[in-house]
Design a protein around this ligand. Structure first.
Ligand code: ATR
Length: 279
């Protein structure tokens, strides 16, 4: 039987098995998708060994995305741009790595808000880590022309400017009001707003009317940022949809079928997120 898995450390809370096993069943594919806790020092060996194993590939989650990038034999342009791999597959006996976080974000946006066009738009991104980089790259590919970044650590914004060029604009506290007033899209890529964690402090009074507000956090399904945005009449996009869409390409690479992100799948994973909250 074919096998795929997700590796991380820890891995207990991963929803990837729920997603992929739903698709396997839906498509009548005789395979199984597992969780594998892999310690940091064993990532390189695990990935190199995939070519000769029962696994057709794996997803990679925190904290292994960078070491997976180092460990695979081949990477594509997107993985190289991010220096991080979240999807590993075997082709012609070679272990290859790609990154689907950026396309997951764009696909989720297209599904939830099919009428929104990003071409020529201005965005504000909160955060400057790995997830921010994936989303910034994808937004630039979609034709977003200006991306303002708000981040606690200034050096990381400068790093993004170096990589992506003058489209990236540093937003400090004094410039935030003006930046928000001209943004068509606001995305939180930090962990601020997660269940049981620190809240994100952002004054949304100045945000351009009608701007789309997105959060990559999916627990809670609707963060305080999104609740506030909805109250102010903004269209919103939660993080769970991105999680589902980033999984699509891995499944297609491993099993040869492009799966769909259906309402049934969304509800299944959303219920699991809710259940975890209660227990
Ligand atoms: P990921 O791969 O999920 O993006 P990361 O690369 O560690 O994770 O990035 C986390 C982001 O959340 C960063 O922008 C980080 O800000 P710093 O660059 O200043 O570290 C931001 N972040 C995390 N915790 C934060 C906090 N308590 N306050 C402000 N920003 C925070």
């Amino acid at each position: 039987m074919k096998k795929a898995c997700v590796i991380g450390w820890p891995i207990e809370h991963s929803r990837s098995p729920l997603i992929h096993n739903y698709w396997l069943k839906k498509h009548g594919i005789n395979a199984i998708y597992e969780k594998k806790a892999v310690e940091p020092e064993n990532v390189a060996r695990f990935i190199a060994g995939l070519a000769l194993s029962e696994f057709v590939g794996c997803n990679v989650t925190i904290p292994h995305k960078e070491s997976a990038f180092q460990a695979v034999a081949e990477t594509d342009k997107i993985a190289r741009r991010l220096g991080a791999v979240n999807t590993v597959y075997v082709r012609n006996g070679k272990v290859c790595g790609t990154n689907t976080d950026g396309e997951g974000f764009i696909a989720s946006l297209r599904q939830q808000h099919p009428d929104v066009s990003l071409q020529g738009n201005t965005a504000t991104v909160i955060g400057a880590g790995g997830a921010a980089k994936a989303i910034i790259g994808a937004l630039i590919d979609e034709g977003v022309t200006r991306i303002g970044i708000i981040n606690r650590t200034r050096e990381r914004i400068l790093g993004l400017q170096e990589q992506f060029g003058s489209q990236i604009i540093e937003i400090n506290e004094t410039a935030a009001e003006q930046a928000l007033a001209t943004s068509d899209l606001l995305v939180n890529t930090t962990s601020l707003g997660m269940e049981g964690g620190t809240a994100l402090a952002l004054d949304m009074r100045y945000l351009k009317p009608g701007a789309l507000v997105a959060d990559i956090i999916y627990a809670p399904l609707e963060t305080a940022l999104l609740t506030k945005a909805k109250e102010r009449g903004h269209p919103v996009l939660g993080g769970l949809r991105m999680l589902l869409h980033q999984a699509v390409r891995g499944f297609e690479l491993w099993f040869g079928v492009k799966p769909e992100v259906t309402k049934e799948l969304y509800d299944l994973v959303a219920a699991d997120v809710q259940k975890a909250k209660r227990t």
